[in-house]
Structures are given as structure tokens and as C-alpha cells.
Design a protein around this ligand. Structure first.
Ligand code: NOJ
Length: 552
């Protein structure tokens, strides 16, 4: 391999299409009504044909499932519902054989209260594992730290009668926080990483990273100690497992996210030495807001507020995931607006967010769904698709917590939806079965045979994006123009300039570009392959129409 090629391979994540899936929800191979690893293996060809480059698997470890697996009881095995470590090895090998990569969730911040460390820790104040967790005689420590699961947890402290002290937890009380001030904990978690990396995985989605350390007088988020630890993790991975990545989950403002990439904030040529990737949380709700206000201003503003990141780093952009659509990174006024507009029924709300899927949020309006994806696939960053959103699956707001967006994948219109041969009444969660989003109507098989389906559109969009590396590597520049209902930006690198136009409104819109760029060369639409004839410097866009125009 030439060194250029080697470098590109090392930076594979910069222009990869990610696909987030929940093993329990994807495909059941043994007829017990729960998805499993062999089930995922059986669908790898499907994912490959969609154009997926990297799978992100939600936690797959033994767990009492009080938080659907984010409460890990054993870091070295697979949850028996999902299969075995050998099944996992096979999944990695089969994905690699198809040119796809696999990253898994890494829950660093906390364990389950059923983890043997915590069972020991709570036994007595002098237990050797006592210091693995954060204990206190009083619940009046770290009072500046916010409660995250506000709907269920009154405090970050829970009293444990066995020893008469409180333990610290940023999420459910059944998820005690590990104590990273204890070097043994820090070291043991490195062993966990190595265990899975030795199996050939391509990295981790690192859960809840802002909260690893606690310090009095702070909000206990993004502390310097946290960055020091994460840099050590990165250094270990770079040295021992080159080419593997850390994708950080830090639900923070852009300026608080920037330090997670490391390097030098003033010089993007200095390589990042912390996370390779981080989710861009703040842009996501602003995309949804833009469709309601028919105004691009907030999306533009948040991208302008987004600092540059090291050349070897990348953002991850997403529209939806397995959690509620978080409204933590918006103002109180915008939160109220989003709840009013997108979650009119209180059952649709959870904590500081909205527990709904993409298609129902966008009124199942095909044009709007495509327009939202056109933004997702053209913004700087690597896009993530949440399983089922490629076919426009619905949700079930009657289910507990976030389970309503984690229902079985809809493969076919037959009984069991092709998800499982078990009696559907015994599935881990009910299939979506309503008139609009039910599996008889919305399923992979039907959409694959219909060339006009959302699935084919998504597949095409992915292919077009991949054919134009500028989307992964290019600069972003907003286009000055006269119509706020149209989001307009250039993506530009040394080889190509693409003009992205998205009509955020339900009516036709005309934009007049004040920049001369459109005129330099006759533009053509890289999705349809057709030339576009602007009227002078003006262009019309139909309701929710988007265009990706090659202009040079
Ligand atoms: C973030 C995960 O996405 C969420 O599902 C989980 O409940 C919390 N972290 C706690 O692990």
C-alpha cells in the first residue's frame, strides 16, 4: 500500500456511513422472540447492500436490563439472550469479510448494581472493592451536578442501608458510578477495552464520558481529569490497536465538545489525541426546529459556533438514536417550542427530550424525511442511521422509557415481520402494527422491490455521498442568499465544490444567490445526474426539495 492509501485506511471513519443497531431488536435466529448475534450476522448482506461501512452495536453484555444493557453486570461475556463470545467473534469476522467494521458500546462511567464489584463494594466500608465506587456519608456533596434522568431520579445520591452511606450515580440508581480516582478502576477498564479489541473490533462508542470524575464546586462534567484519562485510553489504542476508534458520547455544547478531540484548538494540523469522533449533539434538534420554523438561522448559527477540529478527527451527525431526542443543548424557550410542536402528547416526552422516531416526528412526510436525510448526509461529519429509519419505521409511545423506539425491525409483511418465528405475543416488545407504520405496510421486503421507496432513496443518497469524498473531508461555507426558508451551503475541497440546497418549508421557494459561484460552471444535480438551469442566479425549490449541485 502507498502511504497515502495507508493514511486513508487509518482515517476510514472520516467518511464512513454508520448504522446503529440494537441486537435485541434486529433479528432473532433461534425463535425465542429476542434478537441475537447470529440474527445480526444473517442480515449483514442487507446492511452491505444499503452501503453501511460500520455497525455500532448497543451494549451486549450480561445485564439485569434496568437500562437496556447500559447497566453492565459483567464486561467479559455476552448477554445470554444474544449468544456467546464465539458468536460475537463470528459477527466481527463476517462483517470484516464484507468490508464493514464493527464498534461496540463501552460503558465506562458506571456498572450495574448487580456487577460483582458493586455487590462487594456495598458489603462493608472496608471491603477491598469499596473504593471502586463513589461513597459518601452525606448526600450534600457535588450539589452543582445536575440530575440527568429527571423523570425518575430525585438525586444523584442513593442511600444504601447496608453500610449507612450514599453512593453516587449520574443515571438510574441501579447504575452506580465507578470511581476513576481509584487507579485500579482506571486500569481494570483498560483491560475491558483490550479484551474486546483483541477480538478484532474497530473501536468503541464511549458512553456518558463527561461524568467520569467528580470534583466539589464544579458541575462534575468535562473535568480535566476526565480528559487526562481519555487521552491515556486513546494512546493505548493507537499504540496497541492502530486504526481503531473512540467515538465519544458527550451531550455538550460545541465549545465543551472541542477538548474531547485533543490536539491544539488553534491549529487543526496538530493531530487529535483524544476522541477520533464525537457526536454533534447541538445541531440535531436545530434541524428539527428548522422544519417547524421554516428557517435555517439556528442550524447556520450552531455550525458557525462549532470550532474546527483536528484533521484526523471527525464529527458524527445523527437525526435519531435509541434515546429520546435530547433537548439538553437548546434554550429553555426552544425546548418548550420543540415539546409543543413535536411532542403534543405528554406521553411523547421523556426527561429533557422526545421519545419518538424520525418518520412520525416528520409527519411521515416522505419529502420532509428525505430533506432531513439530505442535511444529515451533507453536513460535515460521518452520518449515523438508526436501524429502521431507512424504511421509515414508527414508534410506540405506550411502551416504557425509551422502549418505544426500540421495537422489532420490520423485515417483511408476514406474521412476525420476518424478525422472529416465535409467537409475536412472546416477542421482547410488540411489533408496530398500526395502519400507518405497521409491519404489513412498512417493511424491508416491500421497499426493496419498490424502486421508489424510501429505502432505495436512502441507498442512493449513501452511494452518491460516497462517490463524493468532499462530504467527508471538505470545508463548510454557508451561502449568502435572500431566503431563510432555504438552507444553503457549499461543501468544498481541492477537487470539488458541491452546493447543497434544502427547502425547509411546505411551499415552493425561490432563492437568489448573491455569490457568483453558481454561475462558474453549468451546475448538475449529483443525485439525479441532471443538469440544472438556473434562472440567472435564481433557483426554485419545490416543498421540502433538496438539491446537491456539483458546481465546480
Ligand atoms: C447514554 C445512553 O445512550 C443511554 O441509553 C443510557 O441510558 C445512558 N447513557 C446511561 O448509560
Amino acid at each position: 500500500m502507498t502511504s497515502d492509501k495507508q493514511q486513508m485506511t487509518k482515517l476510514w471513519y472520516k467518511n464512513a456511513i454508520f448504522y446503529e443497531l440494537h441486537i435485541r431488536a434486529f433479528c432473532d435466529s433461534n425463535g425465542d422472540g429476542k434478537g441475537d448475534l447470529p440474527g445480526v450476522v444473517s442480515k449483514l448482506d442487507y446492511l452491505q447492500s444499503l452501503g453501511v461501512d460500520c455497525l455500532w452495536l448497543l451494549p451486549m453484555f450480561p445485564s439485569p436490563l434496568k437500562d437496556d444493557g447500559y447497566d453492565v453486570a459483567d464486561y467479559f461475556h455476552i448477554h445470554p439472550d444474544y449468544g456467546t463470545v464465539d458468536d460475537f467473534r463470528r459477527l466481527v469476522a463476517e462483517a470484516h469479510a464484507r468490508g464493514m467494521r464493527v464498534i461496540t458500546d463501552l460503558v465506562l462511567n458506571h456498572t450495574s448494581d448487580q456487577h460483582p464489584w458493586f455487590i462487594e463494594s456495598r458489603k462493608s466500608k472496608d471491603n477491598p472493592y469499596r473504593d471502586y465506587y463513589v461513597w459518601s456519608e452525606t448526600d450534600q456533596k457535588y450539589t452543582d451536578a445536575r440530575v440527568i434522568f429527571v423523570d425518575t431520579e430525585p438525586s444523584n445520591w442513593t442511600f444504601d442501608p447496608q453500610t449507612g452511606e450514599y453512593y453516587w450515580h449520574r443515571f438510574y440508581a441501579s447504575q452506580p458510578d465507578l470511581n476513576y480516582d481509584n487507579p485500579e478502576v482506571a486500569q481494570k477498564m483498560m483491560d475491558v477495552l483490550r479484551f474486546w479489541l483483541d477480538m478484532g473490533i474497530d473501536g468503541f462508542r464511549a458512553d456518558a464520558v463527561p461524568y467520569l470524575f467528580e470534583r466539589e464546586g464544579t458541575n462534575c462534567e468535562n473535568l480535566p481529569e476526565t480528559h487526562v484519562y481519555l487521552k491515556k485510553v486513546r494512546a493505548m489504542m493507537d499504540a496497541e490497536y492502530p486504526g481503531t476508534i473512540l467515538l465519544g458520547e458527550a451531550n455538550q455544547w460545541p465549545h465543551d465538545l472541542r477538548p474531547y478531540f485533543g490536539g491544539d484548538e488553534n491549529d487543526p494540523t496538530v493531530p487529535g489525541d483524544e476522541f477520533h469522533m464525537a457526536f454533534h449533539f447541538p445541531v440535531m434538534p436545530r434541524i428539527f426546529k428548522a422544519f417547524k420554523t421554516e428557517n435555517s438561522a439556528d442550524v447556520i448559527q450552531i455550525m458557525r459556533d462549532t470550532p474546527s477540529i483536528p484533521e484526523n478527527a471527525q464529527w458524527c451527525v445523527f437525526l435519531r438514536n435509541h434515546d429520546e431526542l435530547t433537548l439538553e443543548m437548546v434554550t429553555e424557550e426552544d425546548r418548550q417550542f420543540m415539546w409543543r410542536e413535536y411532542a403534543p402528547d405528554p406521553k411523547m416526552r421523556l426527561n429533557l427530550g422526545i421519545r419518538r422516531r424520525l418518520a412520525p416526528l416528520l409527519d411521515n412526510n416522505r419529502r420532509k424525511i428525505e430533506a432531513a436525510n439530505a442535511i444529515l448526509f451533507s453536513l460535515p461529519g460521518a452520518p449515523i442511521i438508526y436501524y429502521g429509519d431507512e424504511i421509515g419505521m414508527g414508534d410506540n409511545i405506550d411502551l416504557f422509557d425509551r422502549n418505544g423506539v426500540r421495537t422489532p425491525m420490520q423485515w417483511t409483511g408476514e406474521k412476525g415481520a420476518g424478525f422472529s418465528t416465535a409467537d409475536p405475543a412472546t416477542f421482547y416488545a410488540p411489533l408496530i402494527d398500526d395502519d400507518t407504520f405497521g409491519y404489513r405496510r412498512v417493511n424491508v421486503a416491500a421497499q426493496k422491490t419498490d424502486l421508489d421507496s424510501l429505502w432505495h432513496t436512502m441507498r442512493k443518497m449513501i452511494a452518491v455521498r460516497k462517490a463524493h469524498p468532499v462530504f467527508g473531508n471538505g470545508d463548510l461555507e454557508f451561502v449568502p442568499h435572500d431566503n431563510p426558508a432555504v438552507l444553503a451551503y457549499f461543501r468544498r475541497d481541492a477537487r470539488e465544490t458541491i452546493l447543497v440546497l434544502v427547502n425547509l418549508s411546505a411551499t415552493a421557494q425561490k432563492i437568489t444567490l448573491t455569490a457568483g459561484d453558481l454561475m462558474k460552471a453549468p451546475p448538475y444535480d449529483i443525485v439525479t445526474g441532471e443538469p440544472v438551469a438556473p434562472d440567472g442566479t435564481s433557483l426554485w425549490l419545490q416543498p421540502y426539495q433538496y438539491r446537491w449541485l456539483h458546481i465546480g
